[in-house]
Structure formats: C-alpha cells, structure tokens
Design a protein around this ligand. Sequence first.
Ligand code: ASP
Length: 357
Amino acid sequence: MNRRKFFRSGAGISAGLFVAAGARPKLSAGRSIRTGATTRPVIITSHSNSTGQDAMRKAWEILAADGSALDAVEKGANVIEVDPEDTSVGYGGLPNEQGVVQLDASIMDGRTYNAGSVASIEGIKTPASIARLVMERTDHVMLVGPAALDFAKSFGYKEEDLMTEKARGIWLRWREQHSDKDDWGPAEHLVGREEATRVMDGPMDFHYGTTNVLAVDSNGDIAGITTTSGLSWKVPGRIGDSPIIGAGLYVDNKVGAAGATGRGEDVIKSCASYFIVMQMRAGRTPQEACEDAIEMIIDKYADVNPDFVPPEKFVALNKDGEYGCAWMGIRGTPRMSVHTPEGVAVFEGSSMYDPVG
Ligand code: ASP
C-alpha cells in the first residue's frame, strides 16, 4: 500500500454510523457521534458480534442500577471470555505456536487511578477478573506466567483446560501448513494431489482478536478492560499490548478511556491507548483521537516502510459518553457494540484505508 492511499473512508471524518444490531436496534442509522451519545451511562466493546452485544446487555444491568463502571466492564468482559466459540479471548482462544493457550488482560479504574494486569497466564477462563484482583488485592500492577496462575488459585479459581476442540483444530491445521520443510502432517507419499491442495488452502495467517470493554457510569466514573488470547501462534511467553497499561488500555477519569486490538508490538511501541486519551484531553473527540492514533503509527513507520498497513483497531469513550473507533482495515469499516440508555446497537467507525488512491 502506498501512503497516498491513507485517508479517512467509510463513515467519513469523525462521523460514525449505527447499523442494525441483533433483534432490536434502537439507534437510527446515520446518526453522528458528534451529536449523539452525550448521555450517561454508556458502555462499549470492540466485539460487534452477538456475544459482544450479549456482553453489553449483561453489563447494562449493572449500569442501569447505578452500579459502577468497574463492575460493568468486568461482567461484560467475562461474557466474552467464557464464550467457547470466540477464538480470540479467554476460553477457546487460539494457542501459541506450541499449542498452549496463554492469556493477557488488564483493567483500569479511573475513579481510583488504579490498574491491574496479568500476562501469559494459563488455565484461567476469566483473566480480566484476575487482573482486577491484582489491582484490588495487591499493591502491584502486573503478574505474569505461572505465578499469576498460582495467584488466581489462591483466590479459589480453578485451573482449567482452555483449549476447545475448535481452537485445537485451527491450531493443528496451522501446524501442518506453516512450512513445507517440516515433518508435521501426513507422510508425503500418503498425501494425494487433491488432499495436498486442500491442506495447503487452509488458513496460514495469524489471527487477530482481542476485546476492549470501556464504560462511563451514571456517576461519571470511567473504567476499562482489555482481554485477549493474544496473537495466534505467538512465540511461547510472548506478551502483547493488552496487559500493558498505556498500550492496550488506558483510563483517565477526567478525560475518557481507550483500548487497542491488532498487532500488539505496534501498540506497545506507540503507547497508543495513552496517546488517544491524551488527544481527547487536548480536545479531540473519541473518533478523531482514534484516527489520530492510526495516523501516528503510520508516521512512525513512514521512513522505514511507507507501504506498511498497521492492522490495529482503536476504540475510545469520553467522559460525556461520546465514543468512536477507527482502523486501517482493508476490508470495510470497523465496528463495535455500544449500549446507551437507548439500547444496544452496533456502531460503525472509520477506516482510513483508501483502496483506490
Ligand atoms: N493485540 C493483541 C496482541 O497483540 C492481539 C489482537 O488484538 O489481535 O496480543
């Protein structure tokens, strides 16, 4: 991709759209985020699928009863984490290259300016809740690996096998295809021409996926969670942006919150969530701030590789309940689920990729 192809497309500059969500979309298409969603409470998640919408409904029960943003984001994130069909977060998440599911999660509470995270934790379906325990029951911010699992078990959490048969199947296919110079897969002489083609047609790529859940409650307090199984097929022990405060998540109670999905390495180097919150502090809307972050990452790489397309997606929410999302996706516009007092809906942000230019 050439840098000239970089622009704001889809919903247009800083103007998102609502599209039908689930059975009962409540928000009208074409509504602008600049004029909409200035009410509280509001909760958003980068997951626009039915699980994301279910998560919003569950979390809304807390917000509608004047509960805290912190409780709401945890309950919402847990719904997505335990979904066995979701291969990007928690239980059922895709494993590392050796077939081990290692999860990352973080939480931040704007009201107390406190944060917690776990990284590369195995055997726990709801790492966001363990991150909350780190935040609330220790004076630390981050625990990693086997010690994070021990910490979870000390609070009564059970160690469980996180690999679903669905995830195992995708991993096994990848292992058999990722090199034509290894010995994974059937013996060469047993693979017929048709079978060889079928095997080689499978998904070779990395899979992306993470969820961010951000909320502002009726009191005006803000909280956020980012939780993920991380990049599929990652090098064992690799930690992404999701558990790193300022990278995959940042919350400032006076301003708003931001979260990231995509290649964590880009997000860590650019401190992207912190950047987005600082942009909002400087007066940018959540939508503009997300777009600014994409632009910022492209600029960072400009001298090294002007054709680089950063695969990140950012979501953000401000204290007034406005929200936005942006990516550099080459396939359509980014979406997220939102729940406001008007109901649940899918919000469509802006893609900054111009396939023509
Ligand atoms: N950001 C996650 C990571 O790098 C992966 C993703 O969002 O797809 O671990």
